[in-house]
Design a protein around this ligand. Structure first.
Ligand SMILES: [Zn+2]
Length: 270
């Protein structure tokens, strides 16, 4: 967990909706939706809390959509939209998250791991082990009208991989998802939010149209989109603070042309 989870105690600010006019899209990051009682990485929200959070977005006159849809809307059309993303492709998406999304009329992007069909989150040493979507499940997610994107094949730190393995994680995962769903995915998401310029170039040359990070710093671009980690603790005032912080980050963010020597690993948990 990083700075995103710092608590904000204050009296509730006005709940009066205000128009969302920021240029950078606001994209929220979820992972698993189920009972969060055993959750050392802070990646799980309960279905009830997800419902509460989506209700809050609606009270702000925001509609949740997948990232490709959000980007296609352009600066003007983006007002009133918020990107919703679910990383790692947990199997609970179908049974727990999808019904809540449907209830609100929202859509989302699910970033899956086609190298681990029906597997578990072995990359999290503390567990708990959570089942991942099978290939059939990925088809169901797409058939339900959700955007399916790639999180790579196996959930590895892409900055540590030699070129050929990096190419497989980006390009081969795209082909596999295309074979499953019938359309090549537009979106990629960097495991752990770790990226550098070589990795963003690999995502671009694999044919993706955008890629999601967490806190990309100077690499901020269409291939390193910032996102806001959402946890079980996030309710009205904390969501309001995160929304506000996202708006401020846009003001402070440098352009995409800056150089960085080291990989960026400043984001949320996974
Ligand atoms: Zn992940």
């Amino acid at each position: 967990m990083a700075a995103e989870s710092s608590a904000h105690r204050a009296d509730a600010p006005s709940s009066r909706p205000r128009p969302h006019t920021r240029r950078q899209p606001w994209i929220l990051t979820y992972h698993s939706v189920t009972d969060p009682s055993d959750d050392p990485y802070g990646i799980t929200v309960s279905p009830d809390r997800l419902d509460e959070q989506l209700s809050w977005l609606r009270s702000r006159r925001l509609t949740g959509v997948g990232v490709a849809e959000l980007l296609r809307a352009g600066d003007a059309g983006r007002r009133g939209l918020v990107g919703l993303t679910f990383d790692d492709g947990y199997a609970d998406f179908l049974g727990e998250a999808l019904p809540v999304l449907r209830e609100h009329g929202f859509r989302a992007t699910v970033f899956v791991l086609p190298g681990r069909p029906g597997g578990v989150n072995e990359w999290d040493p503390l567990g708990p082990r959570k089942p991942l979507l099978s290939h059939d499940d990925v088809r169901r997610v797409a058939a339900a009208g959700m955007e399916v994107g790639s999180h790579g094949l196996y959930h590895r730190d892409l900055t540590a991989l030699p070129d050929e393995e990096l190419r497989r994680e980006t390009a081969r995962s795209r082909e596999l998802i295309g074979e499953l769903t019938g359309s090549l995915p537009e979106g990629f998401c960097y495991p752990y939010g770790i990226l550098d310029r070589r990795v963003t170039e690999a995502a671009r040359s694999a044919g993706y149209g955008y890629a999601c990070a967490l806190a990309p710093g100077p690499l901020l671009s269409r291939f390193a989109l910032p996102r806001t980690h959402i946890s079980q603790a996030d309710r009205g005032v904390r969501l309001w603070a995160k929304d506000l912080r996202h708006g401020l980050r846009q003001v402070a963010a440098p352009g995409a042309g800056a150089r960085v020597a080291a990989p960026v690993r400043t984001g949320g948990p996974r």
